[in-house]
Design a protein around this ligand. Structure first.
Ligand SMILES: [Zn+2]
Length: 468
């Protein structure tokens, strides 16, 4: 009797174990176990973030902050404008009347609840502020504004906490608003030399207005101040050499250009003799095609210089931020002639070339010196990033990918990173489930994208004189 009861007990225990393990197996198979494991692993990687526009604390000293201060500097604002809102005015934002601001912008925020710009912005607040709502509501915006004001009242401490919470080890800083500044906080940032102004200014000689270049962005005034007045193209190039040296002395890790915001990415080869003659003419007398030719010459010069000093060049391709531009200017295949002409240069193409992700991927596949940075793509369209990256993984070896955030505030960068991690985990988990990749290799791919590819390609240990 006793032993029969024991064996019955044992049998039911055995049944429960079988039932539970078959349940676990079916969950594992049908759902997201590889995704979850990969996502958890990716969360442990100390991230090398290859592109940011974070402003330094001192620039915002004394300013009051609320939810709309961050919104006004976020990508999401463009979706509100796209939905019909007026751009956020800093005067209204700084007054901080939250009722009035919600009255004016609340419905446009609501219309944007479907977009990736909206979701990634929201996720940043979930991670850093513990926001527990599916959407921004008037009440949520009110309580977030209080916390934002509190955090930004001790901004340096807040910044430090947020960077640590996110898992950023270093962020590449592109100061497109202050191209020639080399004085940055090395605790968080690696210096990027944005060459937009250097290229553009060749065609603006003696005509540069304050709008085209503020005092400290006016290369002619800077050169004059440094005792190297620019009269000829040779003077210009000699001063450009000095600027390169200044950036190298401050451990710059790469060049960057986002010239597609103002012109086409088609950079024709212009011989030095032709550029010299064009440069000698007063800027007011040269035509638009001649201005383009001068800029083209200068960009080719910068590529040759990048080879000489061993710096990769990051190039904006695809979708242009804001609410009005010429999309075709940014088409990645316009750069094809440069890849053929300069096999020794290292080109890093940005943003998945969206919406030309296929063309972008093809360039990364064809050219050993063309690298792909999916920076910002998950925020533009999460689904385009998932589809695009999956397609890229079919074509392009995985030692050629990077990730960056491309944001002005740490809250948005944290949301960008969450989106980036999710996209990469989802694509890799899909490939594991379909038997295209082992989980071990998937982990290596993630580690390369978020960290190791950047360390190697940008020679960070050597360039930044620090160990990672
Ligand atoms: Zn950017």
């Amino acid at each position: 009797m006793y032993s029969k009861k024991r064996s019955l007990q044992f049998f039911s225990y055995f049944l429960v174990v079988i039932l539970l393990s078959s349940l676990t197996i079916s969950c594992d198979r049908g759902t997201n176990a590889p995704y979850k494991r990969l996502r958890d692993y990716i969360g442990t990687i100390k991230v090398i973030n290859t592109h940011e526009h974070q402003r330094q604390p001192a620039e915002y000293a004394g300013q009051k902050h609320n939810f709309y201060t961050l919104l006004a500097h976020s990508y999401l604002q463009s979706d509100l404008v796209s939905a019909g809102a007026k751009p956020l005015r800093s005067k209204l934002v700084n007054q901080g009347n939250l009722d009035q601001l919600w009255e004016k912008y609340g419905q446009y925020l609501d219309f944007s609840r479907n977009t990736s710009y909206y979701s990634h912005f929201l996720v940043g607040f979930k991670v850093l502020y513990g926001l527990n709502e599916p959407y921004f509501t008037k009440e949520a915006v009110g309580s977030l504004s209080e916390k934002i004001a509190e955090n930004y009242s001790h901004r340096e401490q807040w910044y430090d906490e947020a960077v640590r919470e996110a898992g950023f080890e270093v962020m590449f800083l592109d100061q497109y608003w202050d191209n020639f500044n080399v004085d940055i906080d090395n605790k968080y940032f690696a210096l990027v030399f944005n060459i937009n102004q250097l290229v553009r200014s060749t065609s603006l000689r003696s005509k540069m207005t304050e709008k085209e270049a503020p005092e400290d962005q006016n290369i002619y005034k800077l050169a004059q101040r440094d005792g190297h007045p620019i009269k000829t193209l040779d003077d210009y190039l000699a001063y450009a050499d000095k600027l390169f040296q200044k950036f190298l002395d401050h451990n710059t890790v790469c060049l960057k250009n986002s010239l597609a915001y103002g012109r086409s990415l088609d950079f024709e080869y212009i011989p030095y003799e032709k550029a010299k003659i064009l440069f000698a003419q007063p800027a007011s007398l040269i035509s638009e095609p001649e201005k383009k030719a001068l800029q083209d010459f200068m960009f080719h010069w910068a590529i040759q210089k990048s080879i000489e000093v061993g710096l990769p060049i990051q190039i904006h391709t695809g979708y242009l931020a804001g609410n009005g531009n010429t999309l075709e200017n940014s088409r990645p295949t316009k750069l094809n002639n440069l890849f053929l002409r300069y096999p020794k240069a290292t080109f890093v193409l940005f943003h998945g070339g969206y919406p030309w992700t296929g063309e972008y991927s093809a360039l990364g596949k064809m050219f050993p010196n063309v690298y792909l940075d999916i920076v910002w793509l998950p925020q533009i369209s999460r689904e385009a990033a998932v589809r695009g990256l999956d397609e890229m993984f079919d074509g392009v070896p995985y030692n050629k990918f990077f990730w960056g955030g491309d944001c002005h505030f740490i809250e948005e960068s944290v949301g960008a990173l969450e989106f980036g991690r999710d996209v990469v985990a989802q694509v890799l988990a899909g490939r594991v489930k379909r038997g295209l990749m082992t989980e071990e290799v998937a982990r290596d791919v993630a580690l390369k994208i978020f960290r190791e590819n950047a360390l190697r390609t940008f020679k960070l240990e050597e360039r930044m004189n620090r160990s990672f």
